[in-house]
Design a protein around this ligand. Structure first.
Ligand code: GLV
Ligand code: MN
Ligand code: MN
Length: 435
C-alpha cells in the first residue's frame, strides 16, 4: 500500500495517535511506563475521550477509571456491543500492546458513525485503565471492575511507594467504595470484541496479517519469598543459608518443570536482600507467572513446583512463602463472535485465517464473566512485545481496522433485535454522568 492509500484508510493517523499516547510516560528518554490511577492515566483517558467524542460517541469515565464512549443504535438504550482494550503499560513497554486495540475500536465506531448506519445495538468503546497489573501487582483491575468481579480486599493492595489501591482511587477522584457502579449486567451486553497485537510470532511466520484467538491461556501469578540467613561472605559454605543460591535453583527448576509439562513459566522479578557484595543474601523475593491452555495443566505444574520449592528449601536450611497474586481461568472465545471476526478478516481477502492460542493475558479474560468475547490478532514484528521494539506495519493496521469494522457489522447483522435495556435517559450505566 502506498502512504496515500494508508492515509485514506486512517492507518497513519491511528499510528500517530499511538505515538501521541506514548508521550504520556513516567520514564525518561522516550521509554514508556504508564500505570493505573496516575497523572499519565488521566492524560490518556482525556485524549481517548476526545477521540471518542470526535467519533460520535458520548463519553464518561466509569467508577474504576476506565474511559468509555457510547454510540447509540437505532433506538436509544439498546444493549451494547463492547469494543476495547487497555491503555496501561508494563515498564519499558512498546507503544501498541493494548493501545492499538483501543484506537482500532474508536476508528471502527468513527467509520460506522460517519456512514450514517443505525445499528440494532449500541456500540461502546472501553479503554481499560489496568490490564497489566504493573502498579498493584494484580492484573485486570479495570476489566474486572466492569465485569463486577473485583474483590474489596484488593483495596488494601499497595504499590512500590506503599500507596494503597484505596488511596489511589481517592487521589484519582474516584470513590473506592463505589467501585461496584462500574459493573455491567449481562442483559445490557451483546458481546465484547478486542483487537490486539499477536505476541507471537505465528502470524508473521505464516505470512498472515490477521488471525483469530481460539482461547486465552489461563494464568496464575505468585510472589515467592525465600528466607535464609544473612551473614559475612567469609562464612564457610557448610554454615550458610544462602537465599539467593536457593532462589537460583528454584528458578531453574521452575523452567525445567514447565518445559517438560509443555506450559510456560516466567520469573521476571527478583529482589535480593540486603543486596551487598560481601553479605550472604538473607532473603530473596521473586515472582512467578504460569500460563497454560488448560487450567488443570497450569495447576498441576504449580503443584510440582511448590513440592520442589519445599524440597530445595528443606535441603538448604531455608524457608519459603508463596502468595498467589493473580489467577485467571483459561477463556475460550465464543463461536458466534469468532465467526464474526472470521467474516471481518475475509473482507480483507483472507478466507482461511489462522486460529491461535493467546499465551498473553487480555481484558477479555475478565469481561468473559459478563458476556461472550472474541479477539482479532494483528501481526507484530518478530512477535516482540513488552519491549520498546514492539512494531506493527501500517498496512496491517489498515487491514485490522477494515476487518474489525466488518466484524462488528457481521456480528450486528446476526443479532436478533432486542428491546432497549433501559429508558433512553438512563441508557448508560450508573456511573455515567449526564451527557
Ligand atoms: C499481559 O500482557 C500479560 O499477558 O501479562
Ligand atoms: Mn501486555
Ligand atoms: Mn495487552
Amino acid at each position: 500500500m502506498t502512504s496515500a492509500t494508508l492515509d485514506r484508510t486512517g492507518a497513519l493517523s491511528l499510528l500517530a495517535r499511538c505515538d501521541e499516547l506514548a508521550a504520556h510516560s513516567t520514564l525518561p528518554g522516550g521509554l514508556i511506563r504508564r500505570v493505573y490511577l496516575t497523572a499519565e492515566h488521566r492524560a490518556v483517558n482525556a485524549l481517548a475521550g476526545q477521540w471518542m467524542i470526535e467519533a460520535g460517541m458520548r463519553t464518561w469515565q466509569d467508577a474504576a477509571g476506565n474511559q468509555c464512549g457510547r454510540l447509540e443504535g437505532s433506538t436509544p438504550g439498546l444493549p451494547a456491543l463492547l469494543l476495547g482494550s487497555h491503555l496501561d503499560t508494563v515498564p519499558s513497554a512498546g507503544r501498541y500492546d493494548g493501545i492499538l486495540g483501543v484506537l482500532i475500536a474508536i476508528a471502527a465506531v468513527d467509520r460506522i458513525h460517519a456512514s450514517g448506519i443505525r445499528l440494532p445495538v449500541a456500540l461502546e468503546v472501553v479503554a481499560f485503565g489496568d490490564e497489566e497489573g504493573t502498579r498493584f501487582g494484580r492484573a485486570l483491575l479495570g476489566s474486572r471492575a466492569l465485569a463486577g468481579t473485583s474483590d474489596p480486599a484488593w483495596l488494601d493492595l499497595t504499590d512500590e511507594q506503599g500507596i494503597t489501591l484505596r488511596e489511589a482511587y481517592r487521589a484519582f477522584g474516584l470513590d473506592p467504595d463505589a467501585l461496584g457502579a462500574a459493573a455491567r449486567q449481562p442483559d445490557d451486553l451483546v458481546g465484547y470484541l478486542e483487537a490486539h497485537i499477536e505476541q507471537g510470532p505465528y502470524l508473521e511466520e505464516a505470512g498472515h496479517a490477521l488471525g483469530i484467538v481460539s482461547t486465552i491461556a489461563g494464568a496464575r501469578r505468585f510472589s515467592l519469598t525465600v528466607n535464609g540467613r544473612a551473614g559475612h561472605s567469609g562464612t564457610p559454605f557448610e554454615r550458610r543459608h544462602d537465599a539467593l543460591a536457593g532462589a537460583a535453583e528454584i528458578v531453574t527448576v521452575i523452567e525445567a518443570t514447565a518445559r517438560s509439562a509443555g506450559i510456560i513459566a516466567t520469573v521476571g522479578h527478583l529482589e535480593v536482600f540486603p543486596n551487598a557484595v560481601n553479605v550472604i543474601p538473607g532473603r530473596v523475593e521473586l515472582s512467578l507467572d504460569l500460563r497454560a491452555e488448560s487450567d488443570a495443566d497450569r495447576d498441576g505444574v504449580w503443584k510440582q513446583i511448590s513440592d520442589a520449592l519445599t524440597e530445595i528449601c528443606d535441603r538448604r536450611g531455608l524457608t519459603v512463602d508463596a502468595r498467589q497474586t493473580h489467577s485467571a481461568p483459561a477463556v475460550a472465545c465464543s463461536a458466534r463472535l469468532r465467526d464474526a471476526v472470521a467474516a471481518g478478516i475475509a473482507r480483507t481477502g483472507n478466507a482461511d485465517p489462522l486460529f491461535l492460542l493467546s499465551r498473553a493475558g487480555h481484558d477479555g479474560m475478565a469481561v468473559a464473566a459478563v458476556t461472550e468475547i472474541a479477539m482479532l490478532f494483528i501481526r507484530c514484528r518478530g512477535g516482540v512485545s513488552h519491549h520498546p521494539d514492539e512494531h506493527v506495519l501500517a498496512a496491517d493496521v489498515a487491514a485490522a481496522t477494515d476487518a474489525f469494522e466488518a466484524a462488528v457489522l457481521a456480528l450486528v447483522a446476526a443479532e436478533t433485535p432486542r428491546s432497549p435495556a433501559a429508558p433512553a435517559d438512563a441508557a448508560a450505566p450508573a456511573a455515567t454522568p449526564p451527557a
